[in-house]
Design a protein around this ligand. Sequence first.
Ligand code: PLP
Length: 394
Amino acid sequence: MSTPVRPPVRSKDRFLVFGAPQIEQAEIDEVVHSMKSGWLGTGPKVARFEDDFKLYKGAAHAAAVYSCTAALHLAMVASGVGEGDEVITTPMTFCASVNAIIHTGATPVLADVDPRTLNIDPARVAEKITPRTKAIMPVHFAGRACEMDAIMALAKSHDLMVIEDCAHAIETQYHGREAGLFGDFGCFSFYVTKNVITGEGGMVLTKDEAHAARIKVLALHGMSKDAWKRFSDSGWVHYQVIEAGFKYNMMDIQAAIGIHQLRRVEKNWERRREIWNRYNEAFRSLPIGIPKDPEPNTRHAHHLYTIMVDEKHCGLARDAFLPAIQAQGIGVGVHYLSIPEHPFYQKTFAWKPEQYPHAMKVGRETVSLPIGPKLTDDDVADVIEAVTRVLSHA
Ligand SMILES: *Cc1c(COP(=O)(O)O)cnc(C)c1O
């Protein structure tokens, strides 16, 4: 790598942190209110956040939990997935999607992505269906809607459950309908780098009341409904443990943040879309790959802006680009090395990256640039300048 002759675009003390959250006074005040009220754990604010999120998505039932990982795990359990079953998902996702399958005792099966959309390819899913297949877990990658018509048709004809990983997809729509409401369960993340944050946090949406009730029980030790009410003034109620559950509940302190974050969800989406379009304009003439336009009649959540750095075209490899742009003071991410690149999955399932060539190629070329609502126009200009500079030094 050549040493820049000029000082970096941003000095060390102005390093642009990737995915830095936007925290405003309203959520600070709400957290302080929780602290002063003494009610920190699962309580009225969690219930309010569930109602608000349900309303935003137009969902029938919502259960707030500690993380999207917990949401995925509970959705798997509530789907009846277990030992001997197979669940088909994408190799282009965060490890949590695959781990949620593994923790039920089921076997994850990967179906490669469409290289244009980076989403699971329904044609590849069809090839992987066996008599043991119990469910499909599509991931709306970067906020781009999966081909839900084709996926739901497969699920219907093979009697499969569908669990949507919507960690990137709070604002995503497909053919006029909300992501997360197609399948049996939609799982959302409010992790610090996501589009709506609670620090750690997740949500399960479902149209089935019994599913929602079971998830709430499973999320709190398997204790019968509303066990938290025993601490309030509405009279003593003994809880009963009705199955071996988990400790996956969301706290009021988390919900306090989420309630106010959710109010800005559309405004922040507009801002990310603006940044997305600005990057598109700036990068069209560079030798890098840029995201394809959203498919007609869909709404992209613009959660990630991912460029592809291919050594043949760019003169430097992705793994040389990463430290070079960081040296310019710009924090970036990699979403993701394909799942079979990781030693655990290689060892356990004998997966090789080459078996999923599209996901492998994407995983080895992709770089996520900052796209949060906190970015100023000057920050965005700095990112563009840094990308341009790194490539011109290549
Ligand atoms: C972030 C993420 C998760 C996990 O979310 P947590 O809330 O951190 O547990 C799962 N799947 C995908 C695709 C993600 O990006």
